[in-house]
Design a protein around this ligand. Sequence first.
Ligand SMILES: Cc1ncc(COP(=O)(O)O)c(C=O)c1O
Length: 400
Amino acid sequence: MSALNLVADRINALEESATLGMSKKSRELAAQGHKVINLSVGEPDFKTPKHICDAAKAAIDAGFHHYTPVAGIPELRKAIADKLKRENNIDWKPENIVVSTGAKHSLANVISCLINPGDEVAILSPYWVSYSEMVKLAEGKSVIVEGKFENDFKVKPEQLEAAITERTKIVMYASPNNPTGSIYSEAELRALAAVIEKHENVFVLADEIYEYINFTDEGHFSMGSIPSMKDRVITVNGFAKGFAMTGWRLGYIAAAKWIADAVEKLQGQVTSGTNSIAQRAAVVAWEDTSAAEMMKMAYLRRRNLVVGLLREIPGFKVNMPDGAFYAFPDVSYYFGKSDGNITIKDADQLCMWLLETAHVALVGGGSFGAPNCLRLSTAASDEALTEAVARVKAALANLK
Ligand SMILES: Cc1ncc(COP(=O)(O)O)c(C=O)c1O
């Protein structure tokens, strides 16, 4: 029996991360001496703001080295509850907050706590790759609801209505969105909420991890702030994107007490409370948001640069992302075209071809539920972005 056969079925059923093959190929090319520009990553290229780092150092020096309460240290849960009240108009107590090891962990916790085998999760697409795999792990069924390019990759209320069945337990979305950068406005979220409200056993998992990278005049709106939805919306957020803290691994949920209690129970048996130093550091995050604002302005400048350049590539259809740090062009114009050797069939294959020929690493949209598109991260310098798009444009000119 091969070793693979000894792995549990639920793990064998999981997809490998979409970027894995690309990363491997990137490393091979770099080892051969090629200058690969990597725009496949989903993390800020900035450092964590100094006041947060200083608080972490102080926590180490003060001997804050031990297990914390499972749901998080009281001062962080309070700081998060205060933030949600102040910025999001969501009024929960610290006991409604559970701090976890990244927003990814928070999402997986909630899905594990709410989904029974066969329950359906309506995922607004394009969606972050891990959503459907988390649902699979919980033996649930993902129902993908497609936000079309023409509607700025957003799902309309009537589409959601048609996707909800007797088995639907959760509606899940990210706004601002990874991979599209699209943002559901207050009016759009209220319209979706009106659909969900009619189905009393349906909950909402609102992933707001890119909240601070929002370029709209309207700003961020949380579905959890709608009073009639408050008990049904689980708001997920974290520190990774807005405060450039991906490696610190800190995320949180804000939810009705019975959901927070279930997540705490699960976490108590699996991971316990997250890193003590990171929690202490995060308490001070909101004392100075100037670095977060500076990063947002840099992403905005790069968005304008990259969208302008991408729109000059023949055949590319490029939406204008309202937030996050990605561009997500529709590249289907190139499907069926060939360099005389390889015929491109989808965006995943086009990405691999671009990596090999132009030495630019991007991510195909297949695993985001959008096989016509590819994702380019703008978390890179202006020079790298300009050079990368120029290389892509030159390479594509060889596809006939
Ligand atoms: C939409 C979305 N949600 C959640 C996460 C996970 O965030 P964290 O690093 O806090 O686990 C990511 C990270 O890429 C993301 O893109």
